[in-house]
Design a protein around this ligand. Structure first.
Ligand code: ADP
Ligand code: MG
Length: 697
């Protein structure tokens, strides 16, 4: 039922409700309180204590409206009494209250108690929350005298109004809503029924623990959170099943002579966790379903060589592949790496980025069209419509969080159901990954290549700049290399570039005996190339860079990094940046420099980095601080909104929900059983059109 048809709403208010994302009566029920106030303990007037939040019941003795001299505002004053004393309440600028109160009425009031003015005995409350107790209709109070729900409102829709409407809704309709969670599941998990949970979350009983309610861990919260997570996982499960059934993918032949040669030429022994992931990928590629796999692993754990294995496999079966990356620098870096790994096997590699000359591009497109180029590394430029392949069989997406779902759909459309391998260096707990990344299967590289000491991270302020420089000099004198990172954000790009450029000049004076280079996103590809190559060859000792180096660059000799204005980055970003060092056997140092002392939040963020090198721990902390919506860009993923559940806090519940949802679908893949009719209806309502977008992930 559209919200506008609820008594007391109408079209105008309905528009306001829409701002809160509330369009139907059902939405309103799911608009749960964001906190609760315990106004349940009733006191006598004589027991009121100055400065405390109290609730009392008093009888209206008299009232008056006072206008200030310039009529700028009004004060409505009421004197209440009970058998122990008198209490004065004042409301400012609410003259309409004049029409509400009558002598002799019983009213319940909640507010902070003040001593009467000039030491008079009568205590006062200002703008207390109140509820007129209607003695004729014997109704439970909802605004005071109980644990009271507080709702997020908006201009014109107060928490109080929401409370009234929800109370009425619960009264009128709750008995008619069916519990869609199958009884067997409710029993197994010991969940309360829907009706109780809905009532309790809005109007908790006196005996409820306010604390549990306020942190979302009450029995009611858990039940309703389960509903949301269960529906989420059901949707995921149905999508996943749909894809498996519909698409026939390529059946690759893996593990032939080419793969063998590749393995023999590797300069190191693969770690067990790499071997394990490679096996998972091979199994996917050899099957007739299209692979849809997410490869998670911390920065520097060795994802690239795993991806290369998949590329070799595709080539072995005479298919072409692409590696899609978010920045040109990363494309160039990967191009160098993959060329080194693959060209000895006779595989032709190419790079496709913006700003290439017409002839260069023409040659490239021809090679892609006639199938002579086996592997192409590229940026968004790969998505351009004139890019056509003869036999595109494998798409690798690096640093997946930078790409939208739609972009991935565009690249896969260039092949015939190609296999997809998505790599991310922002690892998150497995169940969470399975959920937010939709129908992707998840593989994890859980270890790092051996013999790499952890990166030592320190925080310094501007005032300790000379200390930072000493540390850098120390490394440079040992013939090591380093980075100085300047932030670059689009809004202040010009100033940021200036800061980087003037930083470069200063550093040249501080380190006169060393070569210092500059690289930033606004340089021409050929210029960037030249600088990168000089850095790789060791001609540049210290590289000043804007955060364009964020992902992917692999220079084992780089052992020190200074990050200017560390307070301007997010946790994950800092961890990525830091991952550019510590790639060799020498110990490395990362210096986080902040302008001032920084906010408590900055301190917390930076301390996390100082304390740990573990990407999983950092991602979890990041998630916790930013919330899942911001972290994942939930909208981009097409997930339905969660109003009670919290993907981080409720991760244990999420796991249960996933198990139950998949079990349910195993028994009844289309939810066709009559027992599941209600569930199915709610599922489609909850996901709306969003089930489609998950499709292309
Ligand atoms: P990321 O996962 O961040 O993409 P890379 O794939 O760039 O990490 O790997 C980081 C470095 O570790 C590279 O220099 C790579 O050659 C090296 N490496 C990868 N696997 C191993 C291994 N099994 N043993 C030793 N070094 C390895
Ligand atoms: Mg990488």
């Amino acid at each position: 039922m559209p919200i506008q048809f609820l008594k007391g709403v109408g079209p105008k208010k309905a528009a306001l409700f829409a701002r809160l994302g509330i369009e139907t009566a059902e939405d309103l029920l799911w608009h749960v309180p964001w906190r609760y106030e315990d106004r349940s303990t009733l006191l006598k007037i004589t027991d009121l204590c100055h400065g405390e939040e109290c609730t009392v019941v008093g009888k209206v003795e008299d009232y008056r409206l006072i206008r200030t001299r310039r009529r700028a505002f009004t004060i409505f004053e009421v004197r209440f009494g009970d058998e122990t004393g008198m209490l004065k309440a004042r409301w400012f600028n609410q003259s309409y209250l004049l029409n509400l109160f009558e002598q002799g009425q019983l009213v319940m009031l909640s507010g902070t108690v003040h001593k009467g003015r000039r030491g008079k005995a009568e205590p006062e409350m200002q703008n207390p929350v109140f509820e007129i107790i209607d003695e004729e209709i014997d109704q439970e109070p909802i605004h005071v005298g109980r644990i009271v729900p507080i709702y997020h409102g908006t201009r014109g829709v107060s928490s109080r109004l929401i409370r009234v409407l929800i109370n009425r809704l619960l009264d009128q309709y709750l008995g008619r809503l069916s519990d869609v969670i199958p009884q067997s599941i409710r029993k197994r998990l010991g969940l309360t029924n829907f009706e109780t949970a809905m009532t309790e979350i809005h109007f908790p009983l006196e005996t409820s623990e306010c604390e549990g309610l306020n942190c979302g861990r009450s029995v009611a919260h858990q039940r309703l959170a389960f509903d949301e997570l269960f529906l989420l996982e059901l949707g995921m499960g149905m999508k996943k099943a749909g894809i498996k059934k519909r698409d026939t993918g390529i059946t690759f032949q893996c593990g032939g002579p080419l793969s063998e040669r590749f393995r023999q030429h590797l300069p190191f022994k693969l770690m067990d966790s790499q071997e394990c992931v490679i096996r998972e990928i091979m199994t996917d590629m050899e099957s007739s379903y299209p692979m849809n796999r997410l490869l998670q692993g911390d920065v520097g754990c060795g994802k690239t060589v795993v991806a290369a294995f998949a590329l070799v496999c595709a080539a072995e079966s005479k298919y072409q592949s692409v590696v899609l990356v978010p920045t040109e620098i990363l494309a160039e870096q990967h191009f160098l790496t993959f060329r080194r790994l693959l060209e000895p096997l006779g595989l032709r590699c190419s790079i496709l980025i913006g700003g290439q000359s017409k002839t260069e591009r023409g040659e490239l497109l021809q090679g892609l069209g006639d199938g002579s180029i086996a592997v192409t590394i590229g940026t968004h430029a790969l998505l351009h419509e004139d890019v056509d392949f003869k036999r595109l069989g494998l798409v690798v997406v690096d640093e997946q969080h930078k790409f939208g779902v739609l972009q991935r759909a565009r690249i896969t459309a260039k092949g015939m159901n190609p296999d997809i391998l998505v790599m991310t260096a922002t690892p998150i707990p497995r169940t969470l990954a399975l959920t937010v990344y939709g129908d992707l299967d998840v593989s994890v590289i859980s270890t790092r290549p051996p013999g790499r000491p952890p990166i030592h991270t320190i925080r310094v302020s501007e005032f300790q700049r000379s200390k930072a420089y000493r540390l850098i000099l120390n490394e440079l004198q040992k013939a090591r290399q380093g980075f100085v990172i300047y932030p670059l954000v689009e809004e202040s790009e010009k100033m940021d570039l200036q800061a980087a450029a003037s930083g470069l000049e200063k550093l040249k004076i501080v380190f006169p005996d060393h070569y210092i280079g500059l690289i930033h996103g606004r340089m021409k590809p050929s210029e960037k190339d030249a600088v990168m190559n000089a850095f790789i060859d060791g001609e540049i000792n210290l590289l000043v860079a804007t955060s364009v180096v964020e992902v992917g660059i692999d220079i084992p000799n780089a052992t020190i990094m200074l990050i200017e204005h560390a307070e301007r980055y997010g946790l994950a970003q800092l961890h990525q940046l830091r991952g550019r060092i510590g790639r060799g056997v020498e110990s490395s140092t990362c210096i986080l420099m902040t302008a001032g002392r920084g906010s408590p939040e900055t301190t917390r963020r930076l301390n996390t980095l100082v304390n740990t090198n573990d990407g999983f721990a950092i991602a979890e902390e990041d998630l916790m601080m930013r919330g899942p919506g911001d972290f994942f860009g939930t909208r981009q993923w097409g997930l339905p909104e969660l109003r009670v559940a919290n993907l981080i806090r409720d991760v244990v519940l999420l796991e249960k929900a996933r198990t139950e949802a998949f079990r349910t679908l195993d028994n009844d893949p289309h939810l066709a059983h009559p027992d599941h009719a209600g569930l199915k209806a709610v599922l489609y309502r909850r996901w709306k059109g969003k089930l489609d977008l998950i499709d292309v992930s």
